[in-house]
Design a protein around this ligand. Structure first.
Ligand code: UDX
Length: 439
């Protein structure tokens, strides 16, 4: 099938390349000329394992192409996926729908005949209906544009796998819409592999996405709230998570206590969800998400407090190594990164902070130019009074405490992600603290 994918950021670039991988003919569209030039040149402008290979293969076989020209997109296909960003609006919690609306305003007047736009961006409930009205007001006489919603659940670091073999496919449609049949064709490979294919109304599809992310955020903050209690009582949150996670109804995934969630999705999505509930007069329904957000932010403060305690009450003049800058491993994304937020606070309180991340250094430098950055883990560790493991890259998990101990000034570490072997580090003479554990 021929299709366009409009917006070639994280979501769109991945969707475009993976749809081509599945055999479709795909045109990726973006207003950002530099991004399009890079993609055309087979370069993925962000770190995502496996995606460069998929991109290159499908550019080479001719199934994938990119353009900045909406007229070309309008003529190329009758099926369009919309994957532009919906960032948090400055000064409010609400989602900024400027880019989503702009695509409809730019594309729809050029369309001839029958077209379907599948929204993939995460949007406040009710957006698809508004976009349908907007499209109806802009479409050429005699032509028709149907808006459907097909939320995306991909995780950074697993984006290719999540797109090609998703857990489920959700398509929100209006009554009598043709989008369901088209979506079945688009996703025929996954459907043939028995992937659940769920057809809902538009509002439900929009809500599925934000509810899923709100649930994941809540699960993380739940265990982090319990971690606070563990810290007061001498209990161990990791053993506790293992124990409750054995209950199938609860499950061990997303019970990783530590520095909490960050990134471009969970924080902004729970805030936008609350803002939308307020607009709908149902704010009470989601006030608990405010707590989810604060529990999450408190974990960052806790690490700074632990750092102070371990440095004898003051950070002034202390050299602290922060291992990790990305919001999670296998990503170079530093949006709302707990690691960088901790590094920034430590630095503001007078510590000399040295940050290292295997992939996110360029992005980190752009966002926090005042921090100092090392070119390797070893360099970051030199003469440190304290090490903070903030993002659980495999390289940091694999650190040898004896080797690291030979480089630092003082063997002291905070495991901000609860991934290190406590016995091994303690045996190597390290003073160690973690979140939700009394070591
Ligand atoms: C998330 C959703 O998982 C995905 O379905 C959606 O499409 C986009 O948002 P992503 O932001 O890529 O994906 O990251 P995810 O793997 O969900 O992790 C989010 C954050 O939670 C990270 O900062 C991670 O470190 C943190 N986390 C995750 C924990 O603190 N503990 C856990 O147990 C799991």
């Amino acid at each position: 099938m021929r299709m366009t994918v409009i917006g070639t950021g994280y979501l769109g670039a991945t969707h475009a390349a993976c749809m081509a991988e599945l055999g479709h003919e795909v045109l990726g569209v973006d207003v950002d000329e530099a991004k399009i030039a890079s993609l055309k040149d087979s370069k993925v402008p962000f770190f995502e394992p496996g995606l460069p290979e998929v991109l290159e293969r499908n550019l080479d076989n001719g199934r994938l192409n990119f353009t900045t020209d909406y007229a070309e997109a309008a003529a190329f296909a009758q099926v369009h996926f919309l994957g532009v960003g919906t960032p948090q609006q400055k000064g409010t919690y609400a989602a900024d729908l400027t880019y989503v609306r702009q695509v409809v305003e730019d594309l729809v007047p050029m369309l001839e005949g029958e077209h379907i736009i599948f929204g993939k961006s995460t949007v406040p409930v009710g957006t698809a209906e508004q976009l349908q009205e907007l499209a109806d007001s802009l479409v050429k006489p005699g032509s028709h544009v149907e808006i459907a919603w097909n939320p995306e659940f991909l995780r950074e670091g697993y984006a290719v796998k999540d797109t090609i073999t998703p857990d489920r496919i959700v398509v929100g449609v209006r009554e009598g819409a043709t989008a369901e049949a088209i979506a079945r064709e688009v996703y025929s490979t996954a459907i043939a592999a028995d992937t659940p294919f769920l057809v809902t109304d538009l509002a439900t599809a929009e809500l599925v996405k934000v509810s899923a992310n709100a649930f994941l955020a809540t699960k993380i903050s739940f265990i982090n709230a319990v971690a606070e209690i563990c810290e007061q009582t001498g209990a161990d949150v990791v053993a506790l998570a293992d124990a409750i996670g054995h209950d199938d109804r609860i499950g061990r995934k997303f019970l990783g206590a530590g520095l909490g969630f960050g990134g471009g999705c969970l924080p902004k999505d729970i805030r936008a969800f609350m803002a939308r509930a307020g607009e709908l007069g149902a704010d009470q329904a989601l006030t608990f998400l405010r707590e989810v957000d604060s529990i999450n932010m408190r974990r960052r403060d806790r690490v700074v407090q632990l750092a102070k305690e371990m440095c004898g009450g003051s950070l002034l003049g202390k050299r602290i190594t922060v291992l990790g800058a990305a919001f999670k491993p296998n990503s170079d994304d530093v949006r709302d990164s707990p690691a960088l937020s901790v590094a920034g606070s430590l630095s503001l309180q007078g510590a000399a902070v040295s940050v290292y991340d295997p992939e996110a250094m360029d992005n980190a430098r752009r966002v926090f130019p005042t921090l100092s950055y090392a070119s390797s883990t070893k360099e970051a560790l030199i003469d440190a009074h304290l090490v903070v493991l903030a993002t659980e890259w495999q390289e940091f998990r694999d650190l040898d405490p004896q080797v690291a101990g030979g480089v630092v000034e003082k063997r002291a570490i905070i495991d901000g992600r609860n991934v290190l072997d406590v016995a091994k580090w303690k045996a190597a003479g390290w003073e160690m603290e973690a979140l939700g554990r009394n070591l």
